[in-house]
Design a protein around this ligand. Structure first.
Ligand code: AMP
Length: 231
C-alpha cells in the first residue's frame, strides 16, 4: 500500500503559498464532533485557502454510486474508518487540483499513522496541525444534534447550546441527520478515533507542528483561538 501512496503526486513546494506569500497547509485533528469542519469554514476565506474534508469526498462518492463509494459505504455505515489505500488516493487526487495552489485545510485526514506517512512521503509540507481537544460526552451531544439542510447543504445543530442553529422558522423536514451521526454509530466512531487517530497527536508533536485548541468553548471563541495560533 505504501507504494501506491507514494507513486502519484509530484507537487512542487512553491505550489503552496497564500496571498501573503506564506505557505499555509494545515491539518485539523480531533474527534468527530470537535467542530473541525465548521471552524474550517470560518478560516478558509481569511486565508484564501480551501477546506478538504475526506468525509465529504467519501459521501459524494457514495451519493454518486461510484465503485469507490460502494466500497466506502460499508465502512462508513459501521462507524469504521475506510481503508487507508482508498482514502489516500482520494486525497491525493483532490490536492492536485488547481484550487489547492494557495494551500488547504485537511479536515479529517490523516486519521491513521500510515495516512500521515503517505502525506509526508508525497512531499507536501504541512505548516501546522491544530489539535481540537474535547471530551466524549460533549462530542456525542454535539453530533447527535447535527443536521444538514437538504436544500442548501449547510450544517446546523438543533440543540440551542450548539452553534450554528438553523434560522428561525427553518422547516424541520429540510434538516437531515446523517446515519453515522446516530448515537450508537458515534460511539463506534469515537473508539476508532481513540485507537487509530489519537496516536497522530504524538506523531505531529514530535515534528514540532502541533497546537492544542480547547474545542469545548463556544464557536466564535474557538475560531478566534485558531486564528491567534496561525498569526
Ligand atoms: P467525517 O465526516 O470526517 O466524520 O467522516 C465520516 C466517515 O468517513 C468516517 O467515519 C469514516 O468512515 C470515513 N472517513 C473520513 N475520512 C477518513 C479518513 N481519513 N480515513 C478513513 N476513513 C475516513
Amino acid at each position: 500500500m505504501q507504494a501506491i501512496c507514494r507513486s502519484r503526486v509530484q507537487i512542487p513546494p512553491e505550489a503552496y503559498f497564500n496571498s501573503k506569500g506564506d505557505k499555509m497547509n494545515l491539518i485539523f485533528l480531533g474527534p468527530p464532533g470537535a467542530g473541525k469542519g465548521t471552524i474550517a469554514q470560518h478560516i478558509v476565506n481569511d486565508l484564501n485557502i480551501v477546506q478538504i474534508s475526506t468525509g465529504d469526498l467519501l459521501r459524494a462518492a457514495v451519493k454518486e454510486g461510484s465503485e469507490l463509494g460502494k466500497k466506502a459505504k460499508e465502512f462508513m455505515d459501521a462507524g469504521k474508518l475506510v481503508t487507508d489505500e482508498l482514502v489516500i488516493n482520494l486525497l491525493k487526487e483532490r490536492i492536485e487540483k488547481d484550487d489547492c495552489k494557495n494551500g488547504f485545510i485537511l479536515d479529517g485526514f490523516p486519521r491513521t499513522i500510515p495516512q500521515a506517512d503517505a502525506l509526508g512521503e508525497s512531499g507536501v509540507k504541512i505548516d501546522k496541525v491544530i489539535n481540537f481537544k474535547v471530551e466524549d460526552d460533549l462530542v456525542i451531544h454535539r453530533i447527535t444534534g447535527r443536521r444538514t439542510s437538504k436544500s442548501t447543504g449547510k450544517i446546523y445543530n438543533i440543540y440551542p447550546d450548539c452553534a450554528p442553529n438553523p434560522p428561525e422558522g427553518h422547516p424541520e423536514e429540510d434538516l437531515l441527520q446523517r446515519d453515522d451521526d446516530k448515537e450508537e454509530v458515534v460511539k463506534k466512531r469515537l473508539v476508532q478515533y481513540r485507537e487509530q487517530t489519537e496516536p497522530l497527536i504524538g506523531y505531529y508533536q514530535e515534528k514540532g507542528l502541533l497546537a492544542d485548541i480547547d474545542a469545548a468553548k463556544q464557536l466564535d471563541e474557538i475560531v478566534a483561538d485558531v486564528k491567534a495560533v496561525l498569526e
